[in-house]
Design a binder for this molecule. Structure first.
Ligand SMILES: [Zn+2]
Length: 394
């Protein structure tokens, strides 16, 4: 057997991700169509398809294509029940954990209150619920691909550290080693764990399970105790240098305004955070400020999709229509059409479902880590014989 080098492994992962993304986008394709659309040879496609079927990523639908019977034209699609990602949202007052299929279906979910904010206690409680999810999914014969966690703070991927989570009272908490150890202690098998800000994960719940929506940028604004934006640009989650990108709740709306949880004054959170809305006689007024926040994000990024979610949208249903009107008013003043603002598809589960989607986001972009510094040269001595370029597929 030939020795497989690191670069060959990367090429193989890229090619697998190309096939998976094609199937996600097009729903159903035969091996021949996959070869055609990816530019990979039929033999490479056959080999990879066999592997992906064996690992539960994709399945044959059993319906032979019209042009004739036989394996080459058997339609393939993502497997909807065999494989899942587990996602957790650490909110300020609660904890939500979900198991989500490759096509975005919630297979299992649970929620419990979070009463102790000490990092070790949070890690222990999250780990226990994540292990429960793994066991529930195993009982349904579902394979778990990895774990994603969304939390209300800025997460620095490079160091695995939560830089700043004012509503949890955390600063420079080395969370990744903490949760990795807690998972092992709770009995989890070793698996990939990804952590990100909860607004970022919420954005991925809309982006990764969009069902072929033709856009490579999306912004999700989450309204709860904190207010944050998850930003997808050019098909990648954009988190900034220290994971602080999209902390729109701490953009200043008033000089010398009310004190904010972050230590500054006059932040957006002091106008439309859940605590501010609870204080106001007219919480709908918070919707005007949400409209201001949306206006600022829209003019800064001009994203393909703008989504609003979070508990305040449920508790104060007036804020979203008011925000839309505000945004439309600004657009009319400038003589341009206002963007569409839609509400979260997964409702209160958006961040947890998106945390699961974070696993998929990394799995389908194997070049991500390498391109963070410099693009690695792709060498192809022997297997696999060819490489497709994932850049051409959304
Ligand atoms: Zn602030």
């Amino acid at each position: 057997m030939k020795k497989t080098t690191g670069d060959q492994q990367l090429v193989k992962r890229i090619n697998r991700s190309v096939l998976l993304r094609l199937l996600r986008q097009r729903k159903s394709l035969s091996r021949a169509q996959l070869a055609n659309e990816s530019g990979l040879t039929k033999s490479t496609v056959s080999l990879l398809v066999r592997e992906l079927i064996d690992e539960g990523w994709i399945e044959e639908t059993g319906l032979a294509a019209a042009q004739g019977l036989g394996r080459p034209s058997t339609p393939l699609r993502l497997h909807g029940t065999r494989r899942a990602m587990v996602g957790a949202e650490i909110a300020v007052e609660s904890l939500r954990v979900v198991g989500v299929s490759l096509i975005g279906e919630v297979l299992w979910s649970a929620e419990e209150p979070l009463d102790d904010h000490a990092p070790e206690a949070v890690a222990r409680q999250v780990a226990a619920l994540l292990v429960r999810a793994q066991r529930e999914l195993a009982a349904q014969q579902v394979l778990v691909s990895g774990i994603g966690i969304g939390l209300p703070g800025a997460f620095d991927e490079g160091s695995g550290t939560v830089r700043f989570a004012p509503n949890l009272g955390w600063r420079d908490v080395a969370f990744l080693p903490l949760i990795t150890r807690a998972l092992a202690e709770a009995g989890s098998p070793p698996m990939a764990v990804h952590v990100q800000n909860e607004a970022d994960t919420a954005a991925l719940s809309e982006y990764e399970f969009a069902g072929g929506e033709a856009t490579d940028s999306l912004i999700f604004v989450t309204c709860g105790v904190g207010v944050g934006a998850g930003i997808v640009l050019n098909d990648r989650l954009f988190t900034g240098l220290q994971g602080m990108a999209g902390e729109i709740g701490h953009s200043i709306l008033q000089i010398d305004g009310l004190p904010c949880s972050c230590g500054r004054r006059g932040c957006a959170e002091t106008f439309l955070g859940a605590r501010a809305l609870a204080r106001q006689a007219e919480p709908g007024r918070g919707g005007v400020y949400l409209g201001v926040v949306l206006q600022n994000l829209w003019t800064t990024f001009n994203p393909g999709a703008l989504v609003v979610g979070g508990p305040s949208c449920e508790s104060y249903p007036d804020i979203v229509p008011t925000a839309r009107q505000t945004l439309e008013g600004y657009a009319a003043s400038a003589g341009v059409a206002a963007p569409t603002v839609r509400t979260a598809r997964y409702g209160l589960l958006a961040s947890a479902v998106g945390a699961a989607a974070l696993v998929l986001h990394h799995e389908l972009r194997p070049m991500h880590a390498r391109t963070a510094s410099a693009p690695a040269p792709v060498e192809m001595p022997g297997y696999p014989p060819d490489v497709a370029l994932p850049a051409s597929i959304h």
